[in-house]
Design a protein around this ligand. Structure first.
Ligand code: GDP
Length: 600
């Protein structure tokens, strides 16, 4: 490695992402990731590393670095939140104060969740709390007649996701610091994020009820990172609270309203509708449910929204208590039904005039993405690894392993590390790049992307965002609930013996409009194909009220009186299914074919 690339000293913050480090050093992120790996740190491009780690990498790559002075740790000027840019176009006279939106950040176990729960319980007006049927990830409280909106997605992952898309949900950050534990690595990370996003901070000094709480010591630590408490002549409000005993919460709400009053938190309620997606998921009963935060304008039922690559007319809209509402003004968190695709946390949404306009905008966006992004160079699956071993391209099988509990993780890792195979080139080994307990997350998948690894889960599920990323990047995520199966598959992959798996691929859907009785064949469903096509050589699933009640081979497919091989969308046909005669009007038939696929 060439040393002393630059005699100039480069200042780095206390925490930054791999991408930002590469940018600051003027080098390739891959170079950084490789150097991190050589030092035993597995990180993907968006991962945050602390200054100490960044320094090791930088020095190894021949740069001179030092820690940025706290007073220089200022906001990135380019990072003016979208809503601020948006209101810059509004006339001053139209701008009105809106409730502050608050998010809670801090080190793990310092009490973020407990604090959110305590505020929700004590401050959501009596009688209302009981009405919360559908939990949405935000709520509102009233303090001295003023509304405050809380984002109930603790942790800076959600905050970062929003920032990385140029969105900014929060106007005020509550930094929770446990009085018995003090400033910890994630406290510093959270602080770095809040500062970069130019969001004012209120410190909640939590767990003051604990015997070993040491508020003065923590205040000292806070001062060292530039958060000087106001009772020490600084300008950071540090509010002692106990989420457990419910004390200090009123003071905390008061501090939020004071900070909010000092900051221009404005919107034009009759301006262009704009906001941020907080989270979204597909619900088996209700379809796509998105929790969104309106930041400008007033959103009304039946408005047409675009977010990410999806759009939809708002079929129904609910407040955080689950009550149906007709309109939502700025800073109101709501859940909406009607999107045709699941948007991501942090996607910006806005309204358009018609479905046609929405479709055109998305088509154009997809076209642009297609032109600018090179498609992934082929999927990375356990099955395809063998070809790569054979081609001599890869000599190790890299895995990321997640399990439900430490007790199962340890034996899996040690058994995996014992597996190896020999071929003419030598030995191929398993290398576990990262392991941990808990669900498979977006971070696991992005690490797999950066390091060409496969993700294996044991008794865990895969987060929605992780599945989307894996699908998009062609990364295989395999799930198991029997340890030896997992080990067996890895062994087979090394030896090139892994069988492709059979997968059902849906090719079309039809709606049953009438039922006919035909001699010899029994009952036949008279259908209209509503999506894709039905195939004579396929299989059919019968869905009644959305639930599967039967599936088997197609035994007859007729268009009018003729036997046909396929029937396409918009056409009528008669369908017979092996062993099934109990069709009912309104049933949905889903036609699928079986394919041998490499990916799970
Ligand atoms: P998070 O990881 O930051 O969301 O932390 P949690 O809210 O899950 O809290 C972590 C642990 O600290 C839990 O066992 C809580 O019961 C406990 N805890 C949270 N707040 C307090 C507090 O004010 N006092 C005491 N004694 N324990 C608390």
């Amino acid at each position: 490695m060439s040393k002393n690339k630059n005699s100039q000293v480069i200042e780095l913050p206390i925490s930054l992402s791999v991408r930002d480090l590469a940018e600051k050093l003027g080098t390739n992120p891959i170079e950084i990731i490789k150097t991190l790996m050589q030092n035993g740190v597995m990180a993907n491009i968006n991962q945050l590393i602390d200054y100490e780690t960044a320094e090791i990498v930088a020095v190894e790559l021949g740069y001179n670095v030092e820690l940025e002075k706290i007073e220089q740790l200022q906001a990135d000027e380019n990072e003016i939140p979208l809503w601020r840019r948006m209101i810059a176009n509004e006339k001053d006279a139209d701008l009105k104060q809106r409730p502050p939106v608050v998010t809670i950040l801090g080190h793990v176990d310092h009490g973020k969740t407990s604090l959110l729960d305590a505020i929700r319980e004590t401050s959501v007006q009596a009688g209302e709390a009981g009405g919360i049927t559908q939990h949405i990830s935000a709520y509102q409280v009233t303090h001295n007649g003023k509304l405050i909106t809380f984002l109930d997605t603790p942790g800076h992952a959600a905050f970062t996701a929003m920032r990385s898309r140029g969105a900014q949900g929060a106007d005020v950050v509550i930094l929770v610091v446990a009085a018995d534990d003090g400033v910890m690595p994630q406290t510093k990370e959270a602080l770095a994020h809040a500062r970069a996003a130019q969001v004012p901070i209120v410190v909640a000094l939590n767990k003051v009820d604990k015997q070993n709480a040491n508020p003065d010591f923590v205040k000292q630590q806070l001062s060292e990172v530039g958060l000087i408490p106001d009772d020490w002549d600084g300008d950071t409000m540090v509010i002692p609270v106990s989420a457990k005993q419910g004390t200090g919460l009123g003071d905390l709400l008061e501090a939020i309203t004071l900070v909010a009053d000092d900051t221009d938190i404005l919107a034009n309620p009759s301006g262009k509708v704009l906001g941020t997606v907080i989270e979204a998921e597909k619900d088996s009963h209700r379809g796509i449910v998105a929790t969104i935060l309106v930041q400008n304008g007033t959103l009304r039922k039946n408005d047409i929204l675009i977010a990410g690559n999806g759009y939809g007319s708002i079929r129904a809209m609910f407040d955080y208590r689950g009550n149906p509402i007709e309109e939502a003004t700025p800073s109101t968190p709501i859940s909406v039904l009607g999107f045709n695709e699941v948007p991501s946390a942090g996607d910006i949404f806005y309204t358009v005039d018609s479905n046609k306009e929405a479709r055109n905008i998305i088509a154009e966006k997809l076209e642009k993405e297609k032109a600018s992004v090179s498609t992934p160079t082929g999927s990375l699956t356990l099955e395809s690894m063998f070809d790569q071993f054979q081609a001599g391209q890869v000599r190790e099988l890299r895995l990321i392993v997640k399990a439900d509990v430490q007790g199962s993780l340890e034996p899996i890792i040690s058994s995996l590390e014992d597996i190896s195979a020999n071929d003419k080139e030598g030995t191929i080994k398993v290398k576990v790049l990262h392991s941990g307990t808990g669900n498979i997350t977006e971070n696991d998948v992005s690490l797999a992307v950066a390091s060409k690894a496969i993700v294996m889960g044991f008794n865990v599920s895969t987060d929605n965002a992780a599945s989307i990323l894996a699908e998009h990047e062609g990364i295989e995520v395999r799930s198991y609930n029997i340890i030896y199966r997992l080990l067996e598959d890895v062994e087979k992959a090394l030896k090139g013996m892994l069988e492709p798996e059979e997968k059902e691929v849906v090719v079309g859907k039809a709606e049953v409009r009438a039922v006919f009785r035909i001699r010899k064949l029994g009952n036949i469903a008279g259908c209209r194909v509503i999506k894709g096509e039905l195939r004579r050589n396929g299989f059919m699933r019968v869905l009644r009220n959305g639930k599967e009640i039967y599936k088997d081979e197609v035994v007859s497919l007729k268009h009018e009186t003729e036997d046909v091989k396929e029937v396409r969308e918009g056409h009528e046909c008669g369908v017979g299914i092996k062993g099934f005669t109990d069709f009912k009007e309104g049933d949905v038939l889903e036609c699928f074919v079986k394919k041998m696929v490499k990916a799970v």
